[in-house]
Write a protein that binds this ligand. Sequence first.
Ligand code: HEC
Length: 101
Amino acid sequence: MNQTPIVLLAAMLAMNTAQAADPAARRPADEILAHACSGCHGTFGHSSSPTPSIAGKAEEEFIAAMREFKSGQRVSSIMNRIARGYTDEDFVAMGQFFKNR
Ligand code: HEC
């Protein structure tokens, strides 16, 4: 008898349990998305470098900028590539996150 499906199911259940115990897995999804930006835009979007701060940016402005970066309408060597990795729902979630920081 082939027991592969049972072994796979057991492994998947074990992975689920491991994720639940990981504090990072309990963080809100929008905060996790925003962490990808902190290297350049600072913690929670508060930049201490020449890279612009995105904390407190109006949500509509933020979303418009991200859509323009993604489409290439606004040219940026860095942001065009970054924006392509996200969905419109991600832009909305991040826009809501950063506006209150
Ligand atoms: C590797 C560095 C880097 C990372 C990582 C990065 N950015 Fe940027 N970002 C920049 C630079 C540099 C600019 C400003 C220059 C430009 O417009 O190209 C910018 C500009 C922006 C702007 C426009 C700001 C304004 O006031 O016009 C937004 C919005 C933005 N980034 C959002 C994000 C988000 C959201 C993330 C994470 C998903 C992110 N960035 C990750 C470097 C980065």
